[in-house]
Design a protein around this ligand. Structure first.
Ligand SMILES: C[S@@+](CC[C@H](N)C(=O)[O-])C[C@H]1O[C@@H](n2cnc3c(N)ncnc32)[C@H](O)[C@@H]1O
Length: 250
């Protein structure tokens, strides 16, 4: 697990409080740190630039990310008025791209460190974006089994932790950072099955092109390194228990 650290002295007290809350040590020299910078929390890894959550789309729209962004938006058919449930929030980068289309995104995250980074990113998001974001600190399956059946999302998005084979490219550094303390999701077939029952329209799974899909998708939208597998909804009737009262996404 990361240590808690601070690079700005005025945040020492806050860092200490968080270290007590999470029962993690304060260590400003550890290889992996959840670090209080001057104005934000960030994940710091030895020899890497700090990484933080930024829901501001302009950051992710540029350069080498643009092709991947286009494929993600196409696969999710994201646009104003569409509700997307992102079951694997991470640094919220994919969610930021989806939010950039005007869609509303509910983000589910089970890891405590990532939850803090996401909460911090939300606090820095502008008001218009804030209204479209909902953070849910939970295990994905639990959320799916408690969704309000009357208010199911059109799209459910999954970007599980795939094992990394090479860690050379910049885009993979983020994944490398996560894998220092988050285990890969070896089997998410059950989660996908449940998600297909809960989505009104589709479930989209992000996958490295080097890996086969967990089950055969209806179609895929591919790039050079990443593929988006699209699974059409299986009835869109909600979870097995058919909750009428449950978690509201908006
Ligand atoms: C590959 S990362 C997602 C990266 C994210 N798409 C982004 O753009 O930053 C996977 C994240 O999902 C979380 N996660 C994986 N399985 C989960 C589950 N079953 N329930 C909730 N969160 C999960 C992990 O803790 C990790 O933060």
């Amino acid at each position: 697990m990361p240590s808690i650290s601070y690079s700005a002295n005025e945040r020492a007290a806050e860092a200490t409080e968080l270290s007590q809350k999470l029962a993690l040590p304060i260590n400003n020299t550890d290889d992996v740190q959840l670090c209080a910078l001057e104005d934000k929390w960030a994940l710091k890894l030895n020899g890497m630039q700090p990484i933080w959550v930024d829901f501001n789309i302009s950051h992710w729209r540029k350069g080498k990310y643009s092709c991947k962004n286009e494929a993600l938006v196409k696969a999710c058919k994201a646009k104003e008025g569409v509700n997307i449930l992102d079951l694997t929030a991470g640094f919220g980068r994919d969610a930021a791209i989806l939010l950039g289309t005007g869609a509303s995104v509910s983000l589910v995250e089970r890891d405590k460190i990532m939850q803090i980074l996401l909460q911090d990113g939300l606090a820095r998001a502008d008001l218009k974006l804030k209204a479209k974001i909902r953070l849910i600190n939970s295990e994905a399956k639990e959320v799916l089994t408690k969704l309000n059946k009357a208010n199911l999302p059109e799209v459910i998005y999954l970007d599980p932790m795939h094992p990394i084979r090479k860690k050379s490219a910049q885009v993979k550094k983020v994944m490398f950072a996560l894998q220092t303390f988050i285990k890969p999701d070896d089997n998410y077939t059950d989660l996908l099955t449940l998600a297909r029952r809960c989505a009104r329209e589709r479930v989209v799974v992000k996958c490295p092109v080097t890996q086969p899909p967990v089950c055969i998708p209806n179609h895929s939208i591919g790039g050079k390194t990443i593929r988006f597998d699209v699974y059409l909804a299986d009835g869109g009737n909600g979870n097995a228990d058919g909750n009428v009262i449950g978690i509201e996404l908006r």
